[in-house]
Design a protein around this ligand. Structure first.
Ligand code: HSE
Length: 438
């Protein structure tokens, strides 16, 4: 029998604990053509915490960097998290020492993935990160291996369970964004800082990695246009429903004539599309390839056990001796990322304006749209009358107007909205949600 693959695991939070349990319960599953897998050492912040694990016979390291470069291990499993700090130092130390690395750390890879891939290749080590994108869904392996024969035109997905949970509940129960977020936090879905989830940053980290794998380009998270879901109102959800759409926070990377567009924003998707049916905390990633057509994978995007499943798959590949360039191609063959500017984005738009109820308001809207060469698919005034018991406010005459445009450009829509605002015909910042063609 081959000698065992000796693992050092750093970070024993919910994912780390599940990884240890999985490896102890299912060690036989990971034994393919390679040797067995053995946890020889761990490192975590609090040694005395009861995690319900049997760590007898496993060495304990206070310092993850010391564990990462220790002679005791062949493979370092980084489950600490965070873009910099101990996670980065430990992964760099492991790769420099020629250790294989498995990580679930999306922030680390989005920021330093190219440099770490180069270090892994230089040191003849594996760098596997299936768990960093969409938890238990095997999208990294799918892009890196199974779909390699395709030229990919677009990859998009629901990559944040917290946002999808919030939008699903807003739709089903008609409750506000703030109430849903509070529940997501209680249930433990949201990141420690929920801004990361709801403002789209978590999705952007995952999209940065997917874009590199799908298009063979260097990771560039700075080039992602990011807009979160905190401005979505129940009335947008209702309007979307009436118009045949659902609102989802999508991460989208798309090949265009001027480069690759990377964007994260609330998106209207047709209700009968596969992605629209993904509800609650579930994630999904769809890939459009020239030979395969459209492929969609869905499943749990977070949670200790689901993420541990992805980590175990990565460990198994290393134990079997499967090696692949971390980003699918050798790092020096990755193309520089060419960014398509968001203002050139083409598509349909949903706009919601709070329009002052006075003569000429619609004429102004129509003129500004025409001046920007935007053709309207629909314009609806959703009359709102104050109930007799409600206090009268100065703006009770302001009426919500929803507009759906035909395909146009982002710059045209922005110009039209600026013109409408400048004419003083609306009493609130306009709402704008992009429509994705599926
Ligand atoms: N906070 C993330 C989510 C999970 O809500 O999907 C890990 O990326």
């Amino acid at each position: 029998m081959n000698s065992p693959l000796r693992l050092g695991i750093a970070g024993l939070g919910s994912v780390g604990t599940s990884v240890v349990r999985l490896l102890q319960d299912h060690s036989g599953n990971l034994q393919g053509d390679g040797g067995p897998v053995e946890i020889v050492a761990v490192s975590a912040r609090d040694r005395n915490r009861d995690r319900g694990l049997n760590l007898d016979g496993i060495a304990w390291h206070e310092d993850p960097v010391a564990l990462a470069q220790s002679d005791e291990i062949d493979c370092f499993v980084e489950l600490i998290g965070g873009e910099d700090g101990p996670a980065l130092s430990a992964v760099e130390a492991a790769l420099s020492a020629g250790k294989h690395v498995v990580t679930a750390n999306k922030a680390l890879l989005a920021a330093h993935g190219l440099r770490l891939a180069e270090a892994a290749e230089r040191n003849d080590a594996a760098l596997n990160f299936e768990a960093a994108v969409a938890g238990g869904i095997p999208i990294v392996k799918t892009l890196r291996e199974a779909l390699r024969g395709n030229t990919i035109s677009r990859i998009y997905g629901i990559l944040n369970g917290t946002c999808n949970y919030i939008l699903t509940r807003m739709e089903l129960e008609g409750i506000t964004f703030a109430d849903c977020l509070a529940d997501a936090q209680k249930l433990g879905y949201a990141e420690a800082n929920p801004t990361f989830d709801v403002e789209g940053l978590d999705t952007a980290h995952k999209l940065a990695i997917l874009t590199s794998l799908a298009f063979g380009t260097r990771i560039d998270k700075q080039a992602i246009f990011v807009e979160g879901i905190s401005s979505i109102q129940p009335e947008d959800i209702i309007a979307a429903d009436e118009l045949g759409y659902r609102i989802k926070l999508l991460g989208v990377a798309q090949r265009t004539e001027s480069g690759i567009e990377q964007r994260v924003h609330p998106t209207m998707v047709p209700k009968d599309s596969d992605i629209a049916r993904i509800s609650g905390v579930t994630n999904a990633v769809a890939v459009d390839g020239d030979f395969v057509g459209s492929v969609i994978l869905s499943g749990p995007g977070a949670g200790g056990d689901a993420t541990a499943s992805a980590v175990a798959g990565d460990i198994s590949d290393i134990a079997r001796g499967d090696r692949i360039a971390p980003l699918g191609r050798p790092a020096d063959q990755l193309a520089p990322y060419r960014r398509a500017q968001m203002r050139a984005h083409e598509g349909g738009y949903y706009l919601r304006l709070k329009v002052r109820d006075r003569p000429g308001a619609f004429a102004t809207i129509a003129k500004q749209m025409a001046d920007a060469k935007i053709s309207l698919a629909s314009i609806v005034q959703r009359n709102r009358r104050p109930s007799s018991s409600a206090p009268r406010s100065d703006d009770f005459n302001d009426q919500p107007v929803t507009i759906i445009t035909h395909d146009t450009t982002e710059s045209a829509v922005r110009a039209a909205l600026q013109g409408i605002e400048a004419e003083g015909q609306i009493s609130e910042k306009p709402q704008m949600i992009r429509i994705e063609k599926l």
